[in-house]
Design a protein around this ligand. Structure first.
Ligand code: GCU
Length: 442
């Protein structure tokens, strides 16, 4: 059995040898004045920060050293340089169950709605958690905790859900999330979100919980001090410090607060909760899972740059695009933007974020034409995180060969690419259910 170190080196060599251009090249582009490379041969070479090496330089040779020493080091590095440090569970948090169990989906579901408040007097931001449990469940069920771009009433097709809120970026206030009006006569019909397929999960014996990221923090430039982040500012502090939470960490904090509630719900097996999100919420799912070990599984869809894609690869979106002032710097700790244009000096990269989720099951879902999110870069990060899964006795991808679209790898570390673009397509949900059943319901 070669040493872990030798295996890591071997893997670097194997990756170089593996045929690289599995995603067809496209012409270069420019976004926000910054060039975008879509040619594999120009993605560059790099040395990743090593997961299995302590900050002191000593190698990590056993599971205990990983768990007790290296993993906490990795979490601190990611907090400081990427998503930002978030506070813990608020002492004064309360749960108000406003809907204790109403039949929904034609009797197939039992619906609960819970308002989670963070302050003693209940003032300030609050979050609405929606839960659908299979009506025929015998005992506690595993749950998919879905983070949504939409208020709960717009995230699912259950018409009994109370109207939530969204942020209005013009007035910088939260307003009721009423359904959008139908398109005016003659205007092109915009595709409407079909709603999260709750019933498909219920039929598989899985509950679905959902909350709107906007309940925790808004999603526009200049929002650094808004939402729950505003609650924790010290007197005279205008915005969080350079190593403190951006929007993604605030959304991930919301996932932990949702889990705090789920731990009290008698219909839920809180030891089998999978966190899920798409795109910026895919990045959020990864950080929620890495930072809160109670989350038993992570399913991250098209998380891309700032998520599972190796940032040191010059392909698709880069750290520089992400941190460009008019784009998404507010989603991260202020320190993150300091590495714009010098990503090789960044003390972290996606391989460390994925490794921090080990030994828990992790599924990366991508799309073959979603080049902006660098699906191959996500695969390479999963390969590089593999030795940590193996050190902990888990099954990593087990290959350095990029799987074709439609050929998912569903080991403890999983990778699944659909044929198509950004986001989740209907077939992906069946794969999530397979992954959940395989690891949660053996
Ligand atoms: C932009 C951004 C991506 C992000 C995506 C989304 O495209 O560049 O990094 O994942 O928005 O969240 O929809």
């Amino acid at each position: 059995m070669p040493s872990i170190r030798a295996r890591e080196l071997w893997m670097v060599i194997a990756l170089r040898l593996a045929a690289a251009a599995q995603i067809p090249d496209s012409p270069d582009a420019v976004v926000a004045g910054i060039p975008v490379n879509y040619r594999e041969a120009k993605a560059g070479t790099y040395a990743l920060p090593e997961a299995l090496k302590l900050n002191s330089g000593k190698p990590v040779k056993d599971a205990k050293t990983w768990t007790k020493v290296r993993r906490p080091e990795v979490i601190r590095l990611i907090e400081e340089n990427w998503f930002g440090h978030a506070p813990g569970r608020p002492k004064e948090m309360s749960f108000e169950v406003t809907d204790a169990g109403t039949p929904a989906y034609g009797g197939k579901a039992l619906r609960r709605q819970v308002t989670i408040r963070f302050t003693k007097d209940g003032r300030g931001p609050s979050m609405d958690l929606l839960l659908h449990l299979p009506a025929n469940a015998q005992g506690r069920v595993p749950v998919l905790l879905n983070m949504s771009f939409f208020a709960n009433n717009l995230a699912v097709t259950d018409s009994g859900v109370k109207v939530g809120r969204r942020w209005d970026r013009n007035t910088k206030t939260q307003v009721p999330a009423e359904p959008p009006p139908p398109p005016a006569a003659g205007a092109p019909a915009r595709p409407r979100f079909p709603g999260f397929p709750v019933e498909q999960f219920l039929a598989a014996g899985i509950g679905v919980a959902t909350f709107n990221k906007d309940d925790l923090a808004p999603d526009f430039p200049g929002s650094e001090a808004m939402g729950v982040k505003g609650l924790y500012l010290k007197a005279g502090q205008a915005k969080p410090g350079d190593g403190e939470w951006g929007a993604i960490a605030a959304w991930a904090w919301g996932a932990s607060r949702a889990l705090d509630y789920l731990q009290t719900d008698r219909g839920v097996d809180a030891k089998r909760v999978a966190i899920h999100g798409v795109s910026r919420l895919g990045k959020t799912a990864l950080w929620a899972g890495a930072s809160d070990e109670r989350l038993a599984m992570v399913i991250a869809s098209c998380s891309g740059e700032g998520g599972a894609a190796i940032a040191r690869r010059n392909y698709g979106e880069t750290l520089a695009h992400m941190a460009e002032p008019t784009r998404f710097p507010y989603q991260f700790a202020a320190n993150y933007a300091k590495f714009s244009g010098k990503v090789n000096e960044w003390p972290v990269d996606a391989n460390l974020l994925l490794a921090a989720i080990a030994p828990r099951p992790l599924l990366l879902q991508t799309g073959s034409t979603d080049k902006w999110s660098d699906p191959y870069g996500e695969f390479l990060a999963a390969v590089a995180a593999g030795p940590v899964y193996e050190l902990l006795g888990k099954q990593a991808l087990g290959t350095t060969k990029f799987p074709a679209a439609g050929e998912p790898i569903l080991h403890d570390l999983g990778y699944s690419m659909h044929d198509g673009g950004h986001g989740t397509v209907p077939a992906d949900f069946g794969i999530y259910i397979r992954f959940m059943r395989q690891h949660f319901m053996k």
